[in-house]
Design a protein around this ligand. Structure first.
Ligand SMILES: Cc1cc2nc3c(=O)[nH]c(=O)nc-3n(C[C@H](O)[C@H](O)[C@H](O)COP(=O)(O)O)c2cc1C
Length: 223
């Protein structure tokens, strides 16, 4: 797959087949992704890859907490509000996704069902948890983002889909209990990974992007 094609093809997958991913495939993706750049080559990332019965326990408890209305409390707080134009883009994502799923604005039950799907990691057979040592430098966030995107791109070559999933670290006590995240590490992010359900409307949804001029200025660049 060409690089541009892979970047275009990557999208968040929100419906997975339960089919397990062989460990050798997971290792190939992660090993390849270790070439991601990092500040001073510090490679601050640590991953715990979870599947099978362990993931089922985590999934079950997270869904149970969410259905009881327990508020997620991630170890690194979720962003709580956005200014424009980020706010409109954020709202646009929700609208676009609900439209693709055929969920009407006032259909609270269907929205809640989607939320529960998300809390169950969209049925993914694997979760990759990213954690850093507690005393991490904030540059580690850049490094973490770079390796997550690298994972998402390399996953495509294995016909795997990914969804970087902040909600998957919303109940860190559950993740810690079953995934045994080391105590000296802070739980940063989770990535759902597995074979996509190709025909699911959630996976046919394509998120918008702004135009080049919204983000980029050229100064002193010729032609
Ligand atoms: C740090 C981060 C956290 C995210 N958390 C969630 C999440 O909790 N639930 C979800 O459905 N998508 C989540 N996403 C996926 C974004 O919504 C998605 O990347 C964005 O809408 C762009 O769509 P695309 O990935 O399909 O290109 C997350 C993405 C990132 C980078």
């Amino acid at each position: 797959m060409e690089i541009r094609e892979a970047v275009q093809a990557r999208q968040s997958i929100r419906a997975f087949q339960r089919k397990p991913v062989p460990r050798a495939v997971l290792e190939r993706v992660l090993e390849g992704a270790l070439r991601a750049p990092s500040w001073g080559n510090t490679q601050p990332w640590q991953f715990t890859v979870v599947g099978g019965e362990v993931l089922e326990k985590i999934r079950e408890e997270c869904v149970a907490l969410a259905s009881r209305g327990v508020m997620p409390e991630p170890e690194l707080a979720f962003p709580s509000s956005f200014d424009e134009p980020l706010k409109s883009r954020y709202k646009g994502l929700g609208r676009g996704l609900y439209d693709a799923l055929g969920i009407a604005r006032e259909d609270k039950a269907a929205r809640n069902a989607h939320f529960m799907e998300m809390m169950g990691f969209f049925g993914a057979p694997n979760l990759l948890y990213l954690h850093f040592r507690r005393e991490f430098n904030h540059y580690a966030f850049l490094d973490g983002g770079l390796i997550l995107q690298t994972i998402a791109l390399l996953a495509l070559e294995e016909r795997l889909g990914t969804c970087i999933l902040a909600v998957s670290v919303g109940y860190p006590q559950v993740v810690r209990k079953y995934a045994e995240i080391p105590e000296d590490q802070v739980l940063v992010m989770g990535v759902a990974l597995g074979y996509p359900q190709p025909d699911h409307p959630a996976n046919r949804f394509r998120s918008d992007r702004g135009k080049l001029e919204e983000f980029v200025r050229f100064v002193g660049v010729e032609g």
